[in-house]
Write a protein that binds this ligand. Structure first.
Ligand code: PMP
Length: 420
C-alpha cells in the first residue's frame, strides 16, 4: 500500500482549492534572512515574501517575542506599556494628522475597521475600489474583491474605477480622476452617500502599473469634496518597502484619513492595524465598542517594536532604495535582450516584469509567465505573478536583500527567460 503524502493529507483535510504555489509545491522547514530551506535541505532565495519583512526569523524579532511570551501575554483590557510604546513609535512615522492607532490581527480586520469608521463619520455606505483589487476575506471585503472570483453579491453601494496603466490601456490619470467624480455622481443619483475610496497605494494586485503622478491626489480631492474619506491600504507597500518613503501614499503627495496595514508589521506574527486622524477614532469609539482580543497584545506589540527597531538600525529603507535601483537597472538590461519583457515595473524592493507575446500588440503572455515562475523555483529562486492578465512577474523580497542576492536573482532570470 502506498503511503499518503503530505500533499494528499492537506488536500483531504483543507480541500483541493486551498491555494498552493508552484506546479511542484514546496515543503519548507526553515528560514533565515532571505533564504528558505526545504525538507530535502535545498536552499531557495526568497524574492517573494514581504511578510518576513526584516528577514526570516530575524533574531531580534524572535528574541523580543520569546522574552515577552515568557513574561506575560494577555488580551488588551489591562494597562501595558508595550501597546502604548508601540503606538507612539508607529504613529511617529506618519504625517501630522494621523496620530491614533487601533490594532488587530490581519489586513482584513484592518480594512473592515477602517470602513466601519468611514461609514460612521460620513453616514454613507458607498465604497469605491479599483476594478482589479483585493483587500481581504471578510463578507464586506469579499463583496469588494474584483481581482478574484467571490460568491458575494456586488451591491450598488460598490463602485469600481480603472487605475491608470499607461503601458496597457493608455488610461490617463485625469481620466481616472474624472471616473471617480462620475461614479460619485452616479451613486448620489441612486441615493447612495459616499463613505470611502479604498486603494492599495502601490496597486500591487493590479500589477504595479507605473501610474502617472498626481492622479491619486486629484481622485482624493473629488472624494473629499463629496464628503467621503480616503483609506490607504498599506498592507503591501508599507513599512519602507518603497525605499523612498515609509508609506506608499507619501509618494503620491496625498494624506489619507485612514491607513490600514498588516503583513510586514509583525514579520510573520499576526499583527495589523489602522492609523487614523484622532477625531475619527474618538467619534467612532464613542458609539461603537471596539475590542480586539489579540490585536496589540503585549507579545504582538513587542514584536511590532522590534520590527521598527530593525528597519531603523539596519537602514532597511535606504537598502530598499539602493538595492531596488540596482535591480531596476538590471531588469532594464534584461528587457533590452528579451522581447518577451514588455515593461519594467515597481519601486524600491517591489518590482515586476510585464511579459508579452508581441511587443507591438502587447498580447499578454500568461502561460509563459507561469512557466518562468515554475522554472525559477526549480532553479532555486522564489517569485510569483500578478496583474489582470496574470502576466506580471512579482518580486518582493525581504528588506535585507543585498546586491549579491540581486545578482543571483538577475542571472537566474536571465537563464530562465533565455530558455523559454
Ligand atoms: N489588502 C491587501 C492590499 C492585501 O494584499 C491583502 C492580502 N493579500 C489584504 C489586504 C488582506 O490581508 P490579510 O490576508 O492579512 O487579511
Amino acid at each position: 500500500m502506498t503511503q499518503e503524502t503530505l500533499l494528499d493529507r492537506r488536500t483531504r483535510l483543507l480541500g483541493k482549492h486551498f491555494p498552493l504555489f508552484y506546479d511542484r509545491p514546496l515543503h519548507l522547514l526553515r528560514g533565515e534572512g532571505v533564504w528558505l530551506y526545504d525538507a530535502d535541505g535545498r536552499r531557495y532565495l526568497d524574492v517573494y515574501n514581504n511578510v518576513p519583512h526584516v528577514g526570516h526569523c530575524h533574531p531580534r524579532v524572535v528574541d523580543a517575542l520569546c522574552t515577552q511570551a515568557r513574561m506575560l501575554n494577555i488580551h488588551t483590557r489591562y494597562l501595558h506599556e508595550n501597546i502604548v510604546n508601540y503606538a507612539e513609535r508607529l504613529t511617529a512615522t506618519f504625517d501630522d494628522d494621523l496620530k491614533m492607532a487601533l490594532f488587530c490581527c490581519s489586513g482584513t480586520e484592518a480594512n473592515e475597521l477602517a470602513l466601519r469608521i468611514a461609514s460612521k463619520h460620513t453616514g454613507g455606505t458607498g465604497i469605491i475600489v479599483s476594478d482589479h483589487s483585493y483587500h481581504g476575506n471578510s463578507a464586506t471585503l469579499a463583496a469588494l474583491t474584483t481581482a478574484f472570483p467571490t460568491s458575494e453579491v456586488k451591491g450598488p453601494y460598490i463602485r469600481t474605477i480603472r487605475v491608470p496603466d499607461p503601458y496597457r490601456d493608455g488610461q490617463t490619470g485625469d481620466a481616472t480622476a474624472a471616473e471617480v467624480a462620475t461614479v460619485i455622481r452616479e451613486m448620489e443619483a441612486q441615493g447612495i452617500k459616499l463613505a470611502a475610496l479604498l486603494v492599495d497605494t502601490l496597486f500591487s494586485t493590479e500589477g504595479l502599473p507605473n501610474v502617472p503622478e498626481g492622479w491619486l491626489k486629484s481622485a482624493v480631492d473629488h472624494v473629499h469634496a463629496a464628503g467621503g474619506l480616503f483609506i490607504a491600504d498599506e498592507v503591501q507597500p508599507g513599512f519602507g518597502r518603497m525605499g523612498s518613503h515609509m508609506w506608499g501614499y507619501q509618494a503620491h503627495g496625498v494624506t489619507p484619513d485612514l491607513v490600514t496595514m498588516g503583513k510586514p508589521m509583525g514579520n510573520g506574527h499576526p499583527l495589523a492595524g489602522v492609523v487614523a486622524r484622532g477625531n475619527l477614532v474618538n467619534e467612532f469609539a464613542a458609539e461603537s465598542m471596539y475590542f480586539n482580543t489579540f490585536g496589540g497584545n503585549p507579545v504582538s506589540a513587542a514584536v511590532g517594536l522590534a520590527v521598527l527597531d530593525v528597519i531603523r538600525d539596519e537602514n532597511l529603507m535606504e537598502n530598499a532604495r539602493a538595492v531596488g535601483d540596482y535591480i531596476q537597472a538590471g531588469l532594464h538590461k534584461l528587457a533590452a535582450n528579451y522581447d518577451i519583457i514588455g515593461d519594467v515595473r515597481g519601486r524600491g524592493l517591489f518590482f515586476g516584469l510585464e511579459l508579452v507575446r508581441d511587443r507591438t500588440t502587447r498580447e499578454p503572455a500568461p502561460r509563459e509567465t507561469s512557466r518562468i515562475v515554475n522554472q525559477m523555483r526549480e532553479n532555486g529562486v522564489l517569485i510569483s505573478k500578478i496583474g489582470r492578465h496574470e502576466n506580471v512577474l512579482k518580486m518582493r523580497p525581504p528588506m535585507l536583500f543585498n546586491r549579491e542576492h540581486a545578482d543571483l536573482l538577475l542571472s537566474t532570470l536571465d537563464r530562465v527567460i533565455g530558455s523559454i
